[in-house]
Each structure stands twice: as structure tokens, then as C-alpha cells.
Design a protein around this ligand. Structure first.
Ligand SMILES: NC(=O)c1ccc[n+]([C@@H]2O[C@H](COP(=O)([O-])OP(=O)(O)OC[C@H]3O[C@@H](n4cnc5c(N)ncnc54)[C@H](O)[C@@H]3O)[C@@H](O)[C@H]2O)c1
Length: 254
């Protein structure tokens, strides 16, 4: 298991859910992991777990929407591990409001965490990747970045923006041997979807959305993420990959 041997990887939003599953999987594949999150308790626990299991991990408390913190995250990574090879912008956040009830604060919070956080992560990683003429970016959109979902105007807009940001980076920096892809999960069992609480209504809604008639597990998104950041995907850049149990076929509206 060494698909990421000698690769240093930042994963944002790594204290829980999909980011945590990716941190565990990437570490098992030999990567040194920097876990960045606002959730200090779970972030530190995850880093300790990986280090106890003979992996290499460091938790850095980071709010992805704050420029100085994201700059500091990349600098700390370079200081601690000596390099950065993979930037996985995974942190995300959503609220549900109709547009006419959406406050400016809520709009800003969702756009700042989902879109601005990805922009800042990409920007500071690309500066380093350009110098070494290689690097890999993976951003996180959503099925909701491609298809509109009721009650989520800010999340829809931010996640749609993440896709175009990623394609811009892939186009612009390919000549530096920088790849950039984006992953679009469907309904996954995490805190964000309320599916950790075994709420029957959320579970039923998630099942209906997927043509496989079930919700996804964080580990299933992490496996697709591993493929996209590893050398197995060395000729793949600028794609958005649905990992959604076929939800993009129209399951949401079935
Ligand atoms: N779960 C799903 O069904 C689903 C579907 C599509 C897309 N996504 C996306 O996948 C990504 C991971 O989500 P998840 O389902 O694992 O959710 P989650 O709530 O389990 O994890 C999100 C993590 O992001 C962290 N976070 C939130 N705001 C932050 C900030 N300002 N700075 C740093 N970290 C912050 C949280 O503390 C948490 O650890 C998100 O971008 C989300 O939008 C999830």
C-alpha cells in the first residue's frame, strides 16, 4: 500500500467525515498528512490516531476562509515536512434557506468556506507547485455544484464556482505539471447530511436520490479521491468526477 509514498498532503476539513476518511486512507498509502480544520478536538485526535498507527500526521488549526491562516498552513507544512505535493480542499459547510430568506451573513459564510477556502488553498499551493514544477490539486464540489437543489442557493453557487475554479487552474498551470480535478459527491453519511444520527427521513431521502438505492460512505469518496491525487490519474486533469451512486442520472427527482 504505497500509492502516495513520500507525498506530503494537506487535507482541509479533515477532522470529520470525508476528510477524515481520506486522511486515514492517504496515510495508509504512505502520505505524510497535514490535517487542517477548525475542529481542534477531532482534528488532534485524528492526527494522533494516524501517528499511533505508524503514519505521519500533523494537525494545524485552520479556518479555510481566512487568508493568513491558509498561507500559514502551507508554510507550516513546508517547515514541518519539507515539501507539499497534494492539496486537497475538502472543507465545506451548508445552510438551508430560500434565497428571499437568506441573510448576507449566511451567504458570506457558505461562499467563504466552500469557494474562498478552495481559492486560497489552491493559490498558496500553486505558488509552491510552480517553483517545483509539479503538484496535484483536488477540490470538493458536490452534486449540488452541477444540479440546483431547493433551499441551497449559496451552497449551489459556491460549489458551482469550485468546479470552474478547478478547470481554470487545470488549464492555466498544466504547463507546470500541475493537475487539478474536482470531486462531486452525492449523498454521503456524514454530520453534514444528518445521516450520522440514523434519522429515518434523511436516510430515506438519501436512498431515493441514488440509483443504487443507498447513501454513500465517506470511505467511498476517499477511494475516488485517492485515485485522482495518485499517479494512477497522471494523465487526468480538469475533470469533475461524480461519486454519487448515479444520482446525476436523475435519481434526486425519481
Ligand atoms: N456529505 C455529503 O453528502 C456531501 C455531498 C456533497 C459534497 N460534500 C462536500 O464534501 C466535503 C466534506 O463534507 P462532509 O460531508 O465530510 O462534512 P462534515 O461536516 O462531516 O465535515 C466537514 C469538515 O469541514 C470542517 N470545516 C467547516 N468549516 C471550516 C472552516 N471554516 N475551516 C476549516 N474547516 C472547516 C468541519 O469542522 C468538518 O470537520 C464538503 O466540502 C462538503 O460540502 C458532502
Amino acid at each position: 500500500m504505497s500509492k502516495l509514498k513520500t507525498k506530503t498532503t494537506i487535507i482541509t476539513g479533515a477532522a470529520n467525515g470525508i476528510g477524515l476518511a481520506a486522511a486515514r486512507l492517504f496515510a495508509a498509502e504512505g502520505a505524510a498528512i497535514v490535517l487542517a480544520d477548525v475542529d481542534v478536538k477531532n482534528g488532534e485526535a485524528a492526527a494522533e490516531e494516524i501517528n499511533r498507527g505508524n503514519g505521519q500526521a500533523l494537525f494545524v488549526k485552520t479556518d479555510v476562509s481566512i487568508e493568513t491562516e491558509m498561507h500559514g498552513l502551507v508554510q507550516t507544512t513546508l517547515k514541518h515536512f519539507g515539501d507539499l505535493d497534494i492539496m486537497y480542499n475538502n472543507a465545506g459547510y451548508q445552510e438551508t434557506h430560500k434565497l428571499h430568506e437568506l441573510s448576507d451573513d449566511s451567504w458570506n459564510r457558505q461562499v467563504d468556506i466552500n469557494l474562498r477556502g478552495s481559492y486560497l488553498g489552491c493559490k498558496f499551493a500553486v505558488e509552491h507547485f510552480m517553483r517545483k514544477r509539479s503538484g496535484t490539486i483536488l477540490n470538493t464540489s458536490s452534486i449540488a455544484g452541477v444540479f440546483p437543489t431547493c433551499d441551497r442557493p449559496a451552497y449551489n453557487a459556491a460549489k458551482g464556482g469550485v468546479i470552474m475554479l478547478t478547470k481554470n487552474i487545470a488549464m492555466e498551470y498544466g504547463e507546470y505539471n500541475i493537475r487539478a480535478n474536482v470531486i462531486c459527491p452525492g449523498v454521503v453519511r456524514t454530520k453534514m447530511t444528518g445521516l450520522l444520527d440514523n434519522d429515518p427521513e434523511s436516510e430515506e431521502g438519501g436512498k431515493r436520490a441514488s440509483v443504487l438505492h443507498r447513501v454513500g460512505e465517506p470511505e467511498e469518496i476517499a477511494k475516488a479521491a485517492l485515485f485522482l491525487v495518485s499517479d494512477d490519474a497522471s494523465f487526468i486533469t480538469g475533470i469533475s468526477l461524480f461519486v454519487d451512486g448515479g444520482m446525476n442520472l436523475g435519481g434526486l427527482w425519481r
